[in-house]
Design a protein around this ligand. Structure first.
Ligand SMILES: [Zn+2]
Ligand SMILES: [Zn+2]
Length: 130
């Protein structure tokens, strides 16, 4: 019960950060292509940041083709993961306002192998581009 409440608070905070603080903070905003922006919340390594940018290059997770390989260490000991909350903003997906869509994901990647996974938390159309 308590953990659930905590998660709800964290989620609400994250959504607030993504929606309002982002233009001011802007430290982890990356334009991966002309219509997609990614906001990474939380401390991740440069390697994981690069993985996130590739993974969400279209604003949605890349389809897993099942080709990822787990290293021997991970098979034996389990993954060494880094996790983050990732917001993606895909601009101009609709012709009428609100035109842009913001998706929030929880993302987890292993720092030793190709393992990565994400869960969609929310999808929201936002007033952004005219
Ligand atoms: Zn691993
Ligand atoms: Zn926009």
């Amino acid at each position: 019960m308590k953990i659930k409440n905590l998660f709800a608070i964290l989620l609400a905070l994250t959504l607030l950060i993504c929606t309002f603080v982002m233009p001011v903070g802007a430290k982890n905003t990356t334009n991966v292509n002309e219509n997609v922006e990614i906001i990474i919340t939380g401390e991740v390594s440069i390697e994981t940041k690069a993985k996130i940018e590739r993974y969400f290059a279209t604003g949605e997770p890349e389809i897993d083709n099942g080709a990822s390989t787990y290293g021997l260490t991970c098979t034996l000991l389990g993954h060494k993961t880094e996790s983050s909350i990732v917001c993606t903003i895909t601009h101009k997906v609709r012709t009428t306002a609100p035109r842009c869509v913001e998706r929030t994901y929880s993302y987890e990647a292993c720092t030793r192998c190709d393992y990565e996974t994400s869960t969609l938390i929310s999808t929201e159309y936002i007033v952004c581009c005219s």
